[in-house]
Each structure stands twice: as C-alpha cells, then as structure tokens.
Ligand binder design. Structure first.
Ligand code: ADP
Length: 587
C-alpha cells in the first residue's frame, strides 16, 4: 500500500472549495440584503428630505412673487440636499424644479399622473424608478403630499447611478471582508488537511509495516475521532489475524515436522485432485520432485494401481490396500492405502505408503532359517531312527550293533552341537551375551586354543606355528569370546585342510587395529563364496553337508562375536594356496 501524495492537496482543496462556496453564498445573500437595506434607507432619506423641503415651503407660501420664489427654493434645497427637487401643484403643474430654469417650467409635462405622484395622492410616500428625459438618466423618485396653499406634492429624486455607487461601496467592503475570510478559511483548511494527512500517513506507514510481516504493536496514538476508531479497529483485526496466522504457521510446521519424521509416505490430495502435501518419504517412494505440489495426482503418480487407489478414495470409497513395487525399484515392496479425507462436505484423499521391504526380507530370512534348521535336524534324526530300527531287529550282530551305536552317537552329538550353536546365535541376536572387555595376552590365548585342539592336529599330523608381533602382544577384548573365535577358525583350518599341512597363526598391528590371521594349506574357498561363508548354514561344498562334522553356523558365530567387539572378519585365498581368515579388532 503506498500513500498517494495528492491526499493532502485534495483534502485542502475540498475544504477550501466548501469554505469558498459557503462564503460566496453568504456574500451573495449579504450583498442582496445590503442592497435592499441601502435602497430602503435612501428612499427613507429621500422621503425625509421631501418632508423637510415641504416644511421649508411654509415660509414662502405667502410670498407675492410665488412662482419665481418656488423655483428658486427648489434650486436652493436641491443644492443643499444634492438631489433634484420638484414642487407640484394639486393639478399636476410643475411649480418649481431644481433641474429646470423657471422659464422652462411652463413647457414641462403635467406631472399629476406620474406614478409616484399618484401614489403620494393616495396617502403614503410614492416611489418610482424610471428614466428621466429632463435629467437624461435613470432616477429614483420619492413624492409626498404637503400642506401648502399652492404646492400639493414635493418630489425628491436621485440618479440611480448615485445609489448604485453607494451600494457598490457596500459590496466592495463586503468583498474585502469575504476575501479576508477566505484567506482565513484557506489557512484553517491547510492546517486541517496537513494534520489529517499526517495522521493518514502515519496509519498508512503502520499498515505498510504490517504488510511486510512486522506485526509488532504500533506505539502510534491513533486519536479518538472516527479515523482513530477505524484505524484502531483495523489495527486490532490485523494483529488478531497475524496471531492466527502465527498459530496456523506453528501448527503447520509442527505437522510438517511430524510428517517429515515419519518413515511412512503420506500424500494428501484435495477434492480437485491436486496434491496438497507430500512428505519426504512419499517423495522418495514415488520419486516425486518439488513440482509435485499443486500438480494433479494423475500427472505425477506413475503407478496405475496407486492412482486408482487415490481416485477411489476421492470418490468417497475406502479401497483395499495394494502391495506393489515402487516405480523403477523392483527390489522394494510398498503397501499403499488410501482413504477419503472429508472436509466441509467434499472428499479429498490421503494416501499412506509403507515400505515393507525389510519386513519381507526379515520374513524370508526367518522362513529360510526355519527351513534350514528343519533340514539340518532331519538328516541326523533320519539316520538315528534308521539305526535304532536296525538295532531293534531281533538278531543283530553285536559288531553291527556297536557300529550302529557309534553312528547314532555321532549324529546325536552333531544335533547337540547344532542346538548349542543355534542357542548361542539366538543369545547373540538378542544381545544376551554381554562383553567383558579386558586386556588380553594374544599369544597366551592362541596357545590355549592350540593346546585344546592338539589331539586333532596330532591326529591329522598338522603343524601349527604361532607368530605374534611385539606390539600385537596385547589386545582389549573379551578373552572367552576371542578364544571361541580363534577356536572356530582353527577347527575349520584343520578340518578343511588335508593331512600333514601347516597352519600359521600370526598377530600383527595394522594402523589402529590388531590383526590375527589364520592361514592353512588347504584348497581355499572359491572366490564367489568368500563373502557368503559367514551366512548361517552356508557351505561351499553342499555334499559335505551330509558330513556330520560341521553345523554351518561356526563362521556366523565368529562374525557375530567379532562385530560385537567393533571389529571385522574377512576371508581370502592366499596366493600360495589355502585360505586366510583375518580378524581385526580395535586396539
Ligand atoms: P561348518 O560348520 O560347516 O564348518 P562354518 O560356518 O564354520 O561351518 O564354515 C562354513 C563353510 O565355509 C564351510 O562349510 C566350508 O565350506 C567353508 N570353510 C570354512 N573354513 C574354511 C577353510 N579354512 N578352508 C576352506 N573352506 C572353509
């Protein structure tokens, strides 16, 4: 809002015009009334002068040379009162006239029918205005009757130009007064408009500040008149509105924070099908960009099934959820639901998207795991049942019976190991094995494991060498768990290597880590399987699964235990042949 600079000028001109009009009308009425009054006053003066002239006639009434004396008297009085004086006989003859020499009187027209004389004869003073051919000008005549033996009427006349002059002087005085009054009015109008414009300016400045978003209360004194009342009412409503907008903005940012923090995708569509809101998760899942807001949902949702859901919700239905893969991302799975959102009798729609990929994957892992466990248990159980049935035969050879019992024992032991490993993994998964970290003597732990497994190494004639670098002599770890890790790896190194091969255990320092490597002289692991050997039940050679030796869970437990320490374990093939497992632990 910008204040128009002409406001003050307009206000000033309006006030001035009003004052000028009022003064003009007042002046007009005043001069008319003054003109009337002046004329009445002149007429009265003329009438008084006529009476005076009549009174003066008394003395010369009986004068013997009456005719000449009357005309002289008319001239004398006319000079004294500076007006034309006429004496008229009862029959209308002119007996004396200040405007005519005595000799000319006889030639004058009979004045008995002059309107003023006729009026005077009826009683009151007679008045008339007309052109006088005698004087050669417009005249005002006033005639009265007098009590005189020869003169019946005295008439006094003044040229109208004299009267106009008197009236004009009154008008001039009035005009000067009006001019002064107009100047005063202009000054007052200027002061008034300046003050008003100043206030309007100040109010406009506050309004402008509000428009720019600064709603801090104004310290402006708005005044108590109507302008102040209006400005105050507007001021209060603007601040009230500002407060509500603030609250709305707060609500909105709170809602946006909630929606932004949700892992579910939320998309809101208005009744016209335009996208009003899409949180970050929805944008990612549907691959929407910033232009999505305000666009029609059909243009931006590329998945027909989701678009169908939204259109069903827009028509007021609550459709069944659908499960699908997001556009260009076949590996993920989304569950999409849509519901109508009713506001003011119209239906918008809310679409909610859940990414169930991880849930599905976890479900798949659980299913695979159950299938694996069942499979692992079925093999020894089938064997045990078979041999138990064989033992149940009435005539079993005692040697066979011993052999069968040995096989049953081996399978039972394998099942026991399997269950033990499963329970351990379950404990590790549930974080029920707390870490008991302490400085460990690396060499002592390796030696203890090797001593444990000595019978097996001896049986397979395998040579174990231990090399511990001086700075790797100590590591901070849970000794029991480190023992289990090394034992698992050494058992594998022994089992998967041929007889009479060498196994090396080395401990070195690499950066901020201590690396313990177990190398064997076996066949190694195919490159494709190097990463997968740490998966549960994964075996390189599936046929060996029937071998009751391993459970397929050893390396999974190793990985779990090492990661519990914040370390890593890695499998690789040595260039010279054989596998190398490296455990690296933070120092
Ligand atoms: P298992 O109980 O079968 O030994 P592990 O989890 O310990 O289960 O090992 C998984 C698979 O990794 C083994 O079946 C084997 O195929 C392979 N493997 C482990 N250690 C070695 C090694 N030192 N040399 C060759 N293959 C190995």
């Amino acid at each position: 809002m910008t204040f128009r600079p002409g406001f003050q000028r307009k206000l000033f001109l309006t006030a001035l015009a009003a004052a000028a009009l009022a003064l003009f009308v007042a002046g007009l009425l005043f001069t008319r009334s003054m003109r009337r009054q002046t004329e009445v006053r002149i007429e009265q003066t003329l009438a008084a002068e006529a009476r005076l002239a009549g009174a003066l006639l008394d003395q010369i009434g009986r004068n013997p040379d009456g005719g000449a004396a009357l005309d002289r008297e008319a001239d004398r009085i006319g000079t004294l009162i500076a007006a034309r004086v006429t004496f008229i006989a009862p029959d209308g003859r002119v007996l004396g006239d200040s405007a005519e020499p005595e000799e000319a009187l006889a030639g004058l027209e009979n004045h008995g029918l002059r309107p003023e004389v006729v009026d005077a004869a009826r009683g009151g003073p007679g008045r008339a205005r007309r052109y006088s051919s005698t004087v050669g000008a417009d005249m005002l005549y006033v005639a009265i009757t007098v009590d005189h033996p020869r003169v019946a009427y005295v008439r006094v006349a003044l040229p109208l130009t004299d009267i106009d002059e008197q009236v004009r002087s009154v008008i001039t005085a009035t005009a000067v007064a009006l001019g002064v009054a107009l100047l005063g009015a202009a000054l007052i109008a200027y002061l008034l408009s300046a003050r008003m414009s100043q206030r309007v300016h100040a109010i406009a400045a506050v309004a402008d500040r509000y428009r720019r978003g600064d709603l801090s209360p104004s310290r402006l004194h708005l005044g108590d008149d109507e302008l102040g009342v209006v400005a105050r009412a507007l001021d209060e409503s603007v601040r009230d509105l500002g407060q509500r907008l603030d609250e709305q903005a707060r609500d909105r940012s709170r809602m946006e924070a909630i929606l932004g923090g949700m892992i579910e995708g939320v998309l809101v569509v208005d009744p016209a099908g335009r996208v009003q809101l899409a949180n970050q998760a929805a944008r990612q899942m549907l691959r929407l960009d910033d232009r999505a807001i305000g666009s029609h949902y059909v243009e931006i949702i590329r998945h027909p099934a989701i678009a169908d859901l939204v259109s069903a919700a827009l028509s007021g239905q609550t459709p069944e959820f659908v499960q699908l893969s997001p556009p260009r991302d076949e590996h993920r799975t989304l569950v999409a639901r849509a519901a109508p959102a009713t506001a003011g009798g119209t239906h918008g729609a809310v679409l909610v998207l859940h990414d169930v990929t991880d849930l599905k994957r976890a479900d798949q892992i659980r299913r695979d795991f159950v299938a694996n466990v069942s499979h692992e248990l079925r093999t020894p159980l089938t064997a045990i049942r078979g041999y138990v049935e064989a033992l149940s035969e009435p005539d079993v050879d005692p040697d066979d019976a011993r052999r069968f019992l040995a096989i049953i024992t081996r399978h039972a032991l394998r099942m026991e190991r399997l269950v033990k490993d499963l329970l351990r993994l379950a404990r590790l998964d549930a974080r029920q094995e707390p870490l008991d970290i302490a400085p460990c003597d690396v060499r002592a732990i390796i030696q203890a494991v090797v001593a444990d497994l000595a019978p097996s190494f001896d049986e397979r004639r395998q040579q174990v060498t231990i090399a511990v670098a001086p700075d790797a002599a100590s590591v901070r770890a849970d000794p029991a768990k480190l023992h289990d890790v090394l034992r698992n790896l050494l058992v594998n190194a022994s089992s998967y290597s041929p007889e009479a091969t060498a196994i090396q255990v080395t401990a070195t320092v690499a950066g901020d880590r201590t690396a313990i490597a177990i190398e064997d002289g076996g066949p190694g692991i195919p490159d494709a399987d190097l990463n997968r050997v740490f998966e549960r039940f994964y075996r390189v050679d599936k046929s060996r699964a029937r071998d009751p030796g391993g459970t397929g869970l050893g390396l999974a437990i190793v990985k779990h235990l090492v990661e519990l320490h914040g370390g890593t374990v890695q499998a690789e093939n040595r260039p010279a042949g054989g596998a190398r497992f490296t455990v690296s632990l933070p120092r």
